[in-house]
Design a protein around this ligand. Structure first.
Ligand SMILES: [Zn+2]
Length: 179
């Protein structure tokens, strides 16, 4: 089973993260993030959504294959937001970016977090967990030939120095090194 990916724009979600507007008490009475802005965000995200959807099955299968873990969810809602400071995995919130490839890359990263078992991710440091995710990400980016020059993760995490062979899934690698 691979999950169905559903893209949404949540007005409340965007409003909550809209710090500049929300922090100001006077402004708080009348919400500033308007439903119209949400509609526009969805409209400008359409190219990205179509692009992802045309490839989503392949991407989700690749993630499970590279991680070695089955998908546990049958659907994942992805909230696209233009007010969040960063993307994060749960609830999966994707920061809108003009650059479609960069957005794609970040979504793959967050989806990997959703695929690798939570207890395993919680058993290691943030640094280790992010390295695992980026190592899988890099293999997928290379296969899909996607690239974002501004994306810092792969260098920061020293992905090229991680000694998992490409043929091995993360699960197999961890099993061999941890036991
Ligand atoms: Zn991460």
């Amino acid at each position: 089973m691979i999950p169905k990916i559903i893209f949404k724009v949540s007005w409340v979600h965007n409003l909550m993260f809209d710090e500049n507007r929300y922090i100001n008490k006077q402004e708080r009475k009348k919400p500033k993030y308007s439903p119209k802005e949400g509609t526009e965000l969805l409209k400008k995200s359409k190219l990205f959504i179509d692009y992802f959807n045309s490839n989503s099955e392949k991407i989700l299968k690749l993630i499970a294959n590279k991680s070695g873990f089955y998908w546990k969810e049958d659907k994942i809602i992805v909230y696209i937001s233009d007010t969040v400071p960063n993307s994060y995995e749960d609830p999966l919130t994707l920061k809108y970016q003009e650059n479609r490839e960069c957005m794609h890359l970040v979504l793959i990263h967050e989806l990997i977090h959703r695929n690798v078992p939570e207890n395993l991710q919680n058993s290691v440091t943030d640094k280790e967990r992010e390295t695992w995710v980026e190592v899988i990400s890099k293999e997928i980016y290379d296969i899909l030939n996607i690239n974002c020059p501004e994306y810092p993760g792969l260098d920061i995490r020293n992905v090229n120095k991680f000694d998992k062979p490409k043929e091995q899934s993360l699960k197999e690698y961890l099993y061999k090194t941890m036991n």
